[in-house]
Design a protein around this ligand. Sequence first.
Ligand code: 5RP
Length: 228
Amino acid sequence: MPADAEALKRLVGEAAAELVENDMVVGLGTGSTANCLIDSLGERVRNGLRFIGIPTSKRSEERARALGITIEGFDRHDRIDLCIDGADEIARGSLHLVKGLGGALLREKIVAAASDRMVVVADESKLVDHLGTHAPVPVEISSFGWESTVRQLAQLGARPTPRRDRDGVLFVTDGGNMIVDCAFAPIEDPPTLEASIRAIVGVFECGLFISRAECALVAGPDGVVRID
Ligand code: 5RP
């Protein structure tokens, strides 16, 4: 089996695309692994699959539309049958996640919360014993008063860094908000930390996804493994 990272993403994208059945409403994730999923779903649509996609970002929407996938929104659907998305870290055992390095975490959490099932797709480099080992926790905040919100995040023990592009300009999400990347030492109690972050006025959402994933499909040298 090919072992480079891109090949692993394609492999897990193909495996996850097989979970989609005719007439499902499917949440489409964001990021390079989710792109592989979308590409595989585009291939299946060319071969006759019919489903509705609800994307978690403008770039996933554009990619899916270009491949002929039907895109609709929450104006037409209360619930989503299945959401498939990537992750920056996956905690072995609990399947709690860190998400949002791609900047789409608010939409991703809205879609995950509306989904009957969430399946995470990743290569094995994303598996960790403790969240916060490699990835900061992205937090989506209001651009009004952001300096105050950042100070309150620091009081939780984070080293918060407002996200900027290469030119030093503050990153703006699809929803017009800011992202603060909050480095914590390995996180001992993710559910409590998620609740503390979300309680700060000015925070829209936190990149900790607690008990959202039903399972993870993880690609490694021995193929794709399902972790429950
Ligand atoms: C975007 C995300 C992505 O799912 C996450 O960053 C993983 O991306 P990739 O598959 O490119 O590693 O949460 O907001």
